[in-house]
Design a binder for this molecule. Structure first.
Ligand code: KG4
Ligand code: ZN
Length: 348
């Protein structure tokens, strides 16, 4: 791979349509994200068919825009990378097909990127974090609306899932609790704001799986307890929000503590996903990392949530090993990280 290789990245696995142009040295030449929040808000959640249509509508303009902003022509690209799973299949087909079209038209390599791998590698993007990127292995806590898992990142294409949610993803739990409290979707940020005015000790909510072996997560019992508290009508919404948030933060820190016990070689605790924006969650995980003498790394929020820079960066990491994909590669709605393998091509 050329040291100054340039990649176009495309993300369309959920409700963000995104494109970015990235140079191998980590320079973000251009990036754009179109959030479909407004399209889905009336339904209180992501509607797959609406998402697919919105990707189809917005992606071509976004790609044109980032190419113009980067000030390059397609001939100057070295590869096109698109998220090919896991995610909502309609959106994946739109993004991957568009990327294949660009690759075919301009004779470029196509790269099918695993969305979870892209989240896992984001902190390695040079210049993104104030300190030098962490070495492998590190522990990744992926906390979003669609994903909730704990992964040991041992190397490129080498991941061990240590635990995941048995029911809801943590962002989903925030959204459901927020809905019960009458807040708008997506409710995580609204719930956090409400919680600032509440007392976290007001009600005793369960802490699912706390102290249990392993590092799986469970949130449905907590959601049921919130529903009960709301129905009883004796606790202020602010207090329920604060108590819920405290319970989630305590559970996440406990699960991460177990994960670090399971992976003593981990050199850092990396947090990604929309829930990483939550101050109480961040604080609890930062305290854990500090107690273990490890750095806690959370990419800046716009790179914690879904974006195309992370997809382009995963492409750069793979291109370095010559790992390109066939144009007949099919997107996959399910694509666990544990099924990934290290690239076989030559390192450059
Ligand atoms: O990573 P993300 O933007 O999208 C995917 O799920 O792929 O995560 C969105 C989730 C939503 O469930 C949202 O409510 C939650 O992250 N979230 C938060 C906060 N900001 C976003 N949850 C709690 N506190 C926040 N400040
Ligand atoms: Zn994501």
């Amino acid at each position: 791979m050329k040291a100054d290789a340039i990649i176009l990245g495309i993300e369309s696995s959920c409700d963000e349509t995104a494109a970015a142009v990235l140079r191998a040295d980590g320079t973000i030449m251009a990036e754009a994200v179109f959030s479909q929040l407004k399209e889905h808000a009336p339904f209180g959640g992501v509607v797959p068919e609406i998402a697919a249509r919105a990707h189809l509508q917005h992606l071509p303009c976004l790609v044109t825009k980032v190419m113009q902003q980067a000030g390059i022509g397609y001939a100057e690209l070295d590869a096109v990378a698109a998220t090919a799973g896991p995610g909502l299949i309609g959106g994946l087909i739109v993004g991957a097909s568009y990327a294949k079209g660009v690759a075919l038209a301009h004779g470029l390599p196509f790269m099918a990127i695993n969305h979870l791998e892209a989240h896992a590698l984001t902190v390695r993007l040079p210049g993104l974090m104030p300190d030098t990127p962490p070495d492998f292995p590190y522990l990744l806590l992926l906390l979003s609306g669609g994903h909730c898992q704990c992964v040991l990142v041992e190397g490129l294409g080498h991941y061990s899932r240590l635990g995941s949610t048995l029911d809801d993803a943590v962002g989903e739990a925030f959204d459901k609790a927020a809905k019960l409290l009458g807040l708008a979707w997506p409710g995580g940020p609204h719930l956090e704001r409400l919680a600032t005015q509440g007392n976290a000790d007001a009600i005793a909510l369960p802490r699912p799986l706390l102290g249990r072996q392993g590092c799986d997560f469970s949130f449905s019992g907590l959601k049921t307890a919130v529903a009960r508290a709301v129905a009883q009508g004796q606790t202020r919404a602010e207090d329920i929000a604060a108590s819920f948030q405290a319970a989630v933060a305590a559970v996440l820190a406990d699960r991460a503590r177990h994960a670090l016990d399971m992976a003593p070689a981990a050199k850092a605790l990396v947090v990604a996903g929309g829930v990483a924006a939550n101050g109480a969650v961040r604080g609890a995980l930062a305290r854990l990392a500090e107690a273990r003498g490890l750095p806690m790394l959370a990419p800046p929020l716009r790179y914690c949530t879904d974006n195309a820079v992370m997809v382009a960066w995963a492409g750069i990491e793979r291109l370095r090993h010559g790992a390109i994909d066939s144009l007949s590669h099919n997107p996959r709605p399910r694509w666990p990280l544990a099924e990934m393998t290290p690239p076989e091509g030559k390192a450059a």
